[in-house]
Design a protein around this ligand. Structure first.
Ligand code: HEC
Ligand code: HEC
Length: 97
């Protein structure tokens, strides 16, 4: 992989691609990197989902920084659970439950 040219939040280390894979897993995208990128130009900011994802990374960092034990408790998966749009409410109860 060439050295990253356009990182604003994440560190340019060996975790970058595993982190990217964790995003696709959390959002239920399979290996669809193109959801946030315009492959093969991963440095490009042309895809608006990349800006949303940057905002989300910052939000997750801010929330984790508020935990007094300094550990990571919240990830993309905490809300997304394998979906690109997290649910605001539980699915309607049905089936006599
Ligand atoms: C949910 C959105 C999202 C998905 C899906 C995603 N990325 Fe990213 N990717 C980002 C964001 C946001 C950045 C910039 C992070 C920053 O600014 O610190 C980034 C940065 C990168 C970079 C650094 C580019 C540069 O030169 O600055 C590479 C390489 C990359 N992603 C590869 C991948 C690959 C490979 C996949 C699929 C396995 C993938 N990404 C999936 C959001 C995503
Ligand atoms: C606190 C809950 C929460 C967390 C944590 C979270 N998200 Fe989100 N995310 C949302 C919500 C809610 C939406 C839908 C926003 C809307 O309706 O515009 C969303 C939308 C998105 C979208 C746009 C999806 C689309 O189809 O347009 C992307 C991309 C995304 N999140 C990436 C991430 C990434 C990457 C992470 C981890 C760094 C993350 N999110 C963590 C709540 C969260």
């Amino acid at each position: 992989m060439p050295a990253p040219k356009n990182l604003k939040i994440l560190p340019a280390d060996n975790n970058l691609i595993p982190t990217m894979r964790s995003f696709t897993a959390a959002l239920g995208l399979g290996q669809n990197c193109g959801f946030c990128h315009v492959p093969p130009d991963f440095a490009s900011d042309e895809n608006p989902k990349k800006a949303t994802a940057r905002f989300m990374i910052q939000m997750v960092n801010d929330v984790n920084a508020k935990f007094p034990d300094g550990k990571v408790h919240v990830s993309c998966y905490t809300c997304h659970r394998g979906a690109n749009m997290p649910l605001m409410a539980p699915p309607a109860a049905g089936g006599g439950l």
